[in-house]
Design a protein around this ligand. Sequence first.
Ligand SMILES: [Mg+2]
Length: 401
Amino acid sequence: MPDSHLERVLVTVTGPDTSGITAALTGVLAEKGARLLDIEQVVVQGQLTLCLLVGLGSARAASEPVLKDLLFTAKRMGLDLDFAVVPGERDERAGQRYAVTAIGDGLDANGVHVIADVLARYHANIEQIRQLSGERLGSVEILLGLPAEVGAASALRRDLIRATADLDIDVAVQRERLTRRAKRLVIMDMDSTLIRIEVIDELARMHGVVDRVSEITRRAMAGELDFEESLRERVALLRGLKVEKVHALAADLPVTEGAREMLTVLRKLGFKTGVISGGFTFAAYALKERLGLDYAYANELVEDAGVLTGEVKQPVVSPQRKADLLDAIAQREGIALEQTIAIGDGANDLAMLERAGLGIAFHAKPRLREQADTALRAGGLDRILYLLGLHAHDIADLLAD
Ligand SMILES: [Mg+2]
């Protein structure tokens, strides 16, 4: 019998999960010649919900024995079973699928409610909700369909971020397609992203010029100087600093929380990794060595007779060059830009974040946060793994062996 002549019955089975439930119920369907049109199952804390969409002959005589047998089998296994006839045509709303990932300590009943409330306003059709973190509800992934309206996804993202701004929850909205999970290259900024400090501030402190360097940084932030000018002016103030002091700093850089975990997991998944920094090579190369990165690019300070000359070698790693280097690495590795991730904290990372398939503003200044695809305001770099849809137990497995 063609599917269109069948009555579609949604059978929902709930109760304590034991082995053999799906086998027994599908066995009934097979024996009675009923058609299984769709199946989905979740188990939460040992409680099973199993949905079977079954096609039955529309005559009562055909459907009654099947449903009776299903009911009997379920009862025997200590389960509740409900059924309802559903409309013949599936509600295939035109639109695109998205993954909404919510991460943070504020993810409690209220946090989930706030997010679900925004989704409802956008008429999002939620297909699946799953917890990604371990014991605690620290991360949830919601797969949904959005009606095909221009700009709906970016408006949804903006409203989700606004609604959760005071809740200690970060929310990311990504198109749900294979490339979300099939990322292959991660590029990080260095200062205040891969490491917790700004190297130039530390060098300035050692050399007793921290106030003058901060003043130039302030003017750069205010847009009075461009990146290259401000870099040159600050480096000039470091003239005469002993190179051995610079190397001592490099040997002891404080790596950001979660960085090692993130890199270990990504490497095991076959990712290429790199740091592209507007800071300095002595620090970037030390990190490349220490963390086993594949690539490191930064600015090279000129030294002579054991001290810095106050000059920087050309070409300078400017914001534009950061983006171009990401591109060059991807090309060299044969990786599509869509499969790249860039992580940064400052305005000089924006071009690189925009170039990447997924740009993540990490503990970033507000301006970058607003313009990036995704922003993480709290937690370690390992939270990025949740954005790729990895579950805490996947992460634990990869870290274990
Ligand atoms: Mg930075």
